[in-house]
Design a protein. Structure first.
Length: 174
């Protein structure tokens, strides 16, 4: 009440103070709206950049430490699957975890087959009603003898992993 009375009948000094306050309030509201929109645009632009960098159209696998992959002129896109690696240090790894020395694992594959069976059971639990695909990616150091790779592939197929993809460094992806 006091404010409206002073505008109607009050002195000039009070009117000037009130109009100045109203102008300040109006200016502050506009600034606050602009800042809110600016920060929101910044957040969305950062979100878009993050999503573009995080997701790709094809899966990628991590090359195991100590494995130098052979080169190839023909290459295919990989599928997301467990990775078995034979490194040049003489060990076999399953998804970056050491299974054992290559010679021992090839002579007695029970440890590897047990871990593969656990992966298979987890897959079946997560995909009820679907048939097991048997996909697996095999990384072998280029110095590994082909007989060793062949024996490991035999072990993998006995563990119902029939769809084996050999990891190579390819020059052309089709």
């Amino acid at each position: 009440m006091h404010l409206s009375q002073s505008l109607i009948s009050g002195n000039l000094f009070e009117k000037r103070l009130i109009s100045r306050k109203q102008k300040k309030d109006k200016f502050r509201k506009n600034v606050a709206i602009v800042l809110t929109l600016t920060s929101m645009v910044d957040v969305f632009s950062m979100l878009v950049v993050f999503l573009l960098q995080t997701f790709s159209s094809s899966p990628e696998i991590l090359i195991s430490k100590g494995v130098e992959l052979p080169a190839s002129h023909t290459a295919a896109l990989i599928r997301e699957a467990p990775v078995v690696a034979i490194s040049h240090d003489g060990n076999i790894y399953l998804d970056q975890k050491e299974v054992g020395e290559t010679g021992k694992v090839l002579r007695n594959p029970d440890v590897l087959l047990g871990k593969l069976n656990k992966i298979k059971l987890d897959w079946l639990k997560n995909h009820p009603g679907e048939d097991f695909t048997g996909d697996i990616n095999l990384q072998a150091d280029k110095a590994t003898p082909s007989t060793t790779v062949s024996r490991l592939m035999g072990i993998l197929t006995s563990g119902q992993f029939q769809s084996i993809k050999l990891a190579v460094i390819g020059s052309a992806v089709r």
